[in-house]
Design a protein around this ligand. Structure first.
Ligand code: PLP
Length: 282
């Protein structure tokens, strides 16, 4: 990943390659830090306040010092001004620092991954993998901590099996989410997506799609659904800030629906981009 711009609490803009964390930061020692990944449209991060809300929630769940929202907002603005690219990825990190503090906030801007538009046109092949159903508070349900090694290992396993991405299911076969996405599917004019009380991450994109769906003629069912229901869908897709709405055309080696990207994914992708424009024009 190329860093286009980097800003740090107490320092402001620093060189992208500058060291920014101490070796005794809890983020490194125990993976105890929170983060957010945002899509930047026309220089403006999408739904920054919602991401800061989630960052504050994640930080509280891990026992980090309270997030300094104003400081992180200012760092994000500084980094984006320095990066000077209309479309980008913005990452925000909040680490507790060393035992005696102070906490560290980072805003890091990087280019959009290049392959996403080609993948959106082709559709993703996914495989189902066992994931943790994080219901108990100490399993950190819905928390976006920097302990993402398991998620990245699942992604690597999916690629090892010749797929593009994974979908986590619990021991009972209930569909949860992807390593970095929420999961959706459609039959007729109904969309299905796993409910947040399964302990999955409350995606900001998921929330935006829930808002957009009725206007496109879709009703949404949230709940606990077994994998065969997803396998029998007419189309499927995932959602995330950076990948946006990504069609899924194959599950565990079998086509989903007709094996091509579907109309709901296309309509929601369009609606998501339109929401980003609407947010900016007020
Ligand atoms: C586990 C997990 N689920 C879902 C999502 C999608 O969330 P968002 O739409 O806020 O990017 C992410 C994003 O990183 C994630 O890591």
């Amino acid at each position: 990943m190329k860093i286009l711009a980097l800003a740090v609490t107490g320092r402001g803009l620093v060189e992208p390659e500058a060291p920014v964390l101490r070796a005794d930061d809890e983020a490194l020692l125990r993976g105890r830090a929170a983060f957010e990944t945002l899509r930047v449209y026309r220089g403006v991060p999408f739904r920054l306040e919602q991401h800061l809300d989630r960052l504050a929630g994640s930080s509280a769940a891990i026992g980090l010092p309270p997030v300094d929202r104003a400081a992180l907002g200012a760092l994000a603005a500084e980094a984006l001004a320095a990066a000077r690219v209309p479309d980008a990825v913005l990452r925000l990190f909040w680490t507790p620092g060393p035992e005696e503090g102070p906490p560290v906030g980072l805003a890091l801007v990087s280019p959009l991954p290049e392959q996403h538009e080609a993948l959106r046109a082709r559709g993703m092949r996914v495989v189902s993998l066992l994931g943790v159903r994080a219901e108990a508070p100490w399993l950190l349900p819905g928390v976006k901590s920097t302990s993402y090694a398991v998620n990245m290992a699942a992604d690597a396993e999916a690629k090892r099996r010749g797929a593009d991405d994974a979908v986590f299911v619990d021991t009972a076969g209930t569909v949860l989410e992807g390593p970095v996405t929420n999961v959706w599917w459609r039959r007729g004019l109904t969309l299905w997506t796993p409910s947040l009380d399964l302990g999955i991450l409350a995606g900001v994109t998921r929330a935006a799609l829930l808002e957009a769906a009725p206007g496109l003629g879709y009703r949404v069912e949230e709940g606990a659904f077994p994998l065969p229901v997803l396998a029998a869908a007419e189309e499927a897709f995932t959602s995330s800030s950076v990948r946006e709405v990504m069609p899924v055309v194959e599950l565990d080696g079998e086509p989903v629906g007709d094996g091509r990207p579907g109309p709901a994914a296309a309509a929601l992708q369009h609606a998501l981009r339109a929401a980003a424009v609407d947010d900016q024009v007020g």
